[in-house]
Design a protein around this ligand. Structure first.
Ligand SMILES: *[C@@H]1O[C@H](CO)[C@@H](O)[C@H](O)[C@H]1NC(C)=O
Length: 453
């Protein structure tokens, strides 16, 4: 059989010129003499090309002999890489210190979002007010299982703050991560806080946090700050305030305001606590997979809660060692996560999510601290009971108002009627008096009846 392609011939009637032609016929079995010859030819050709290239580069760089060697990538030091695709990081520089804002330490601010559209304007108002240098903060949002316009409203707000003419406003890098976890629990207060839903809900939340962090944490971050969107009031200096304590993990106390008829205020986050003997004994009696959730009558743990140890006039810098942490506002050194501490989506020492995170950090010899007298305020969301109570109060108010209105109307009517009546009465009185006088006069004149009788 004649091979159809000869070295420099014409394969299909067109001159081959400089085009490089690949066709199946080129790859002949190695045993074929023709194939070996072609192979040798190819090597020779490649050799010539390489020689030409080398001669060319030698000619170009002959006046800069060192540069020519470096440019060929033959010599290069690790600390002075020339390639754009190679990055060098010294992680000993991103350990996190007490005065990070002076050293331009970068914070990754992580915000999990789910049906959070209504809270976003308030959240961005907080972002605008943060005093930690914004350019040293990277934002990472996780949007999951949302049925409202969370993503659109988030994007709008981000575009606005990143394009702000005030150079102090725009943040560093912003990541939006979208991922559903199939949270089936309804987002209303009763479902979210009901006891039965807690364990599975907390495990999904843990996964969400881990996905968000693993996608957003970069080698240049020194700190990670977790913040919920539904915080209503917090000091603008919260990042510096927490950072000054120089702890591996630190949380403020979280309370919430209440309507006056409910007492004005209340501890909110019961997930920050110190371990107790009772709880440890309880944990020993539970299944391996069980998850203790704090703040429910079902598990009486008798743990000292950060929330209840608040003294409104106490030193806001007072520290308390804790084991479980709540997730509303956590500042942690990035090295904690780098070392492998995470939010367990399984039962870790009978805990999951942020409480498990606290326990795991403790287990890894990290410092985990809460500030009982440094308080931030969670938004007050009325429970179904509260809403019913408020509706009853509203109905009562409306009923009372209606009653008063009716009473007023009646009084007015009575007054009018009484006014008429009194006029009539005066006239009647007058008539009676006149009659009496007439009768008296008549009687004085005659008196016949009595006398005659
Ligand atoms: C941010 O600061 C402004 C001006 O001081 C204030 O009106 C606003 O309420 C603050 N936002 C929050 C969420 O605290």
């Amino acid at each position: 059989m004649m091979p159809r392609h000869q070295g420099n011939g014409y394969s299909n009637g067109y001159p081959r010129g400089k085009t490089f032609d690949i066709s199946p016929h080129r790859f002949q079995p190695r045993s074929s003499v023709h194939g070996n010859r072609k192979h040798r030819k190819l090597i020779v050709r490649l050799g010539i090309v390489a020689l030409l290239l080398f001669a060319f580069s030698f000619w170009v760089f002959s006046s800069h002999p060192i540069l020519s060697v470096v440019s060929l990538g033959l010599v290069s030091s690790t600390t002075d890489l020339e390639f754009e695709t190679v990055r060098y990081y010294d992680l000993s520089n991103v350990q996190g210190t007490a005065r990070g804002w002076e050293r331009e330490e970068r914070i990754l601010l992580c915000v999990p979002l789910r049906d959070a559209e209504s809270h976003l304007p308030m959240f961005f108002s907080h972002l605008r007010n943060l005093t930690y240098p914004h350019h040293s903060i990277d934002l990472a949002f996780l949007v999951s299982d949302s049925k409202d316009r969370t993503l659109e409203v988030l994007t709008d707000n981000l575009e606005r703050i990143q394009a702000d003419p005030d150079p102090e406003q725009p943040y560093g890098e912003v990541s939006i991560i979208e991922k559903d976890f199939g949270q089936k629990v309804n987002q209303d207060v009763e479902s979210r806080h009901g006891f039965a839903a807690q364990a599975s809900r907390r495990k999904l939340m843990a996964q969400a946090r881990n996905w968000l962090l693993s996608a957003a944490l970069r080698p240049y971050h020194s700190w990670v700050y977790w913040r919920d969107v539904d915080v209503e009031t917090a000091p603008f200096t919260i990042l510096e305030d927490l950072m000054r304590h120089n702890k591996d993990v630190i949380v403020p106390n979280v309370w919430r305001p209440l309507p006056d008829w409910l007492g004005g205020e209340q501890p909110y986050d019961l997930n920050s606590w110190q371990e107790s003997e009772t709880a440890l004994a309880l944990a020993d009696t539970l299944d391996e997979d069980a998850v203790i959730v704090e703040g429910y009558a079902e598990y009486a743990t008798w743990r000292p809660h950060l929330a209840y140890l608040r003294d409104p006039y106490g030193d806001p810098d007072m520290e308390m060692e804790i084991d479980g942490v709540g997730g509303v506002s956590i500042l942690a050194k990035a090295k904690v996560f780098r070392a492998g501490v995470h939010f367990p989506a399984f039962s870790f020492q009978k805990h999951a999510e942020t409480e498990g995170f606290g326990k795991m950090a403790k287990q890894m010899q990290c410092s985990v601290v809460g500030l009982p007298n440094y308080v931030i305020w969670h938004l007050y969301e009325p429970s179904v009971d509260d809403i019913r109570h408020m509706e009853e109060m509203e109905q009562e108010r409306v009923a009372r108002e209606k009653e008063e209105q009716e009473k007023k109307l009646k009084e007015q009517k009575m007054k009018e009627e009484f006014g008429d009546a009194s006029g009539q009465w005066e006239m009647d009185k007058q008539k009676i008096r006149e009659k009496q006088e007439q009768q008296q006069q008549a009687g004085n004149g005659e008196k016949p009846a009595v006398g005659a009788a």
